[in-house]
Design a protein around this ligand. Sequence first.
Ligand SMILES: Cc1cc2nc3c(=O)[nH]c(=O)nc-3n(C[C@H](O)[C@H](O)[C@H](O)COP(=O)(O)O)c2cc1C
Length: 186
Amino acid sequence: MHILVAVFLIISTMGDKTYVSDKINKEGEMKILVTFYSRTGNTKKVAETIAGTLKCDIEEIVDMKSRKGAWGWIVSGKDATQKNLTTIGAITKSPDSYDLIIIGTPIWGGKMTPAVRTYLSQNKEKIKSIAFFCTMGGSNAGNAFKDMEDFVGKQPLRTLEISTKEVVQGAYIQKVKDFTAGVLKK
Ligand SMILES: Cc1cc2nc3c(=O)[nH]c(=O)nc-3n(C[C@H](O)[C@H](O)[C@H](O)COP(=O)(O)O)c2cc1C
């Protein structure tokens, strides 16, 4: 009788992906960190939505180089396309304490930002598993994600691209839900 009840309980939870996802997060079986750089707030908004959905830790990467104004914009574009590193503020959450790092960047000149490149260069050995997201004015982050994948040397579990238009219109919420569900399914 007890065996029958146990078999029923196992079978009844097998197909329930939502239950499994909730369980992974609530019981802390999978530790996730959302980390991101944002110059004007779009990527921050998406990062906070992802972390809020997953109820996980979040850390902002701070670029110590001033990127304000028109000159800052020009220098930033140049730094990104030339794949330059920068100086970033000290991080408070070590990636090796997490099973998965979800890292977000704005797209600059078709590339990841120098702050994210620097974070990855300093921490890639400590990353067990990774997923990428970005915000951008245009609509194709393929090259940037490929560059990030090559740079880290790990294939992302999932990727998520959000346009600035989608951020403004709030259309990113559903995309974030699909992305986080996909990440937890892996
Ligand atoms: C220096 C610079 C270069 C950019 N280059 C691109 C680009 O190549 N392609 C694109 O789609 N958007 C580009 N953008 C737009 C940003 O990716 C977009 O506004 C993003 O949402 C900004 O994110 P943030 O608000 O988190 O800083 C660029 C923005 C800046 C400041």
